[in-house]
Design a protein around this ligand. Structure first.
Ligand code: PGA
Length: 260
């Protein structure tokens, strides 16, 4: 963690929580993180709970992001949700290119290339997810994969808006598996992602936040968040429990004050 970049802890709930369950979560989380200012906190509920979470989190330290969006504003795209629709209800950002979207729902680099600038234009902060499969790592193809995904994803983002993009490095073999990346693997990959941003714009690379994601939980958060190129975390499983999520936020605060 670098004290010049505000750490971001984002919870990706995936297909979990009804509106009632989301409401119970936020009522339990808010008193735990009420006074936090030095860490940015984000929850990413399913679409149907977004409006309720925006209302309940209003004025608090917790931001509300969506888990995906379509690249077009409107049209014949059954089942999709667009950037202006999310912005209209005060959603603050959106996860783009999560590996589950890529693998299970056919999301392509080409579509992501359109989604990033579209999200920014609509006032949504994008979290672009990148990461290699187990086979790609074993073949020594991790950097090739990351280069491809980062370059494709950022291609159409105007240079002056690059610092607003967050990139989450999520090795696919670590997502939901309990297998967490070794600190040197996470550091190397996050530093490599930052170097790729530098290829677009040197100034932006120092500002862009790179998150680690994949089986991050309170027990392993401190050593991952302490890495120099890791600016926070995208948390899946552990983010659905308010106590565990608040603990990760607290660990990020401690790491930041130690790093500062
Ligand atoms: P996990 O998920 O923390 O459950 O591994 C991370 C993610 O998919 O963002």
């Amino acid at each position: 963690m670098n004290p010049d970049r505000t750490p971001l802890i984002a919870g990706n709930w995936k297909l979990n929580k009804t509106i009632a369950e989301a409401e119970a979560f936020i009522q339990s989380l808010l008193p735990r993180v009420g006074a936090v200012e030095d860490v940015e906190i984000v929850i990413c509920p399913p679409f149907l709970a977004l409006a309720a979470m925006v209302d309940s989190a209003r004025g608090s330290a917790v931001g509300v992001y969506a888990q995906t969006m379509h690249e077009e504003d409107a049209g014949a795209y059954t089942g999709e949700v667009s950037a202006p629709m999310l912005a209209e209800i005060d959603v603050a950002g959106v996860i783009l290119g999560h590996s589950e979207r890529r693998q299970l729902f056919g999301e392509t680099d080409r579509a992501l290339q359109l989604k990033l600038p579209r999200a920014l234009e609509a006032g949504l902060k994008p979290i672009l997810c990148v990461g290699e499969t187990e086979e790609e790592r074993e073949r020594g193809d991790t950097e090739r994969k990351l280069r491809h995904q980062v370059q494709e994803g950022l291609e159409k983002v105007p240079g002056e808006r690059l610092p607003e993009v967050v990139i989450a490095y999520e090795p696919i073999w670590a997502i939901g598996t309990g297998l967490v990346a070794k600190p040197e693997q996470a550091q190397d990959a996050c530093a490599f992602v930052r170097a790729l941003v530098e290829g677009f714009d040197k100034g932006a690379a120092a500002k862009v936040r790179v998150l680690y994601g994949g089986s991050l939980k309170p027990e392993n958060a401190a050593e991952l968040l302490a890495l120099p190129d890791v600016d926070g975390a995208l948390v899946g499983g552990a983010s659905t429990d308010p106590a565990a999520f608040a603990e990760i936020v607290e660990i990020a605060r401690r790491v930041r004050s130690g790093a500062g």
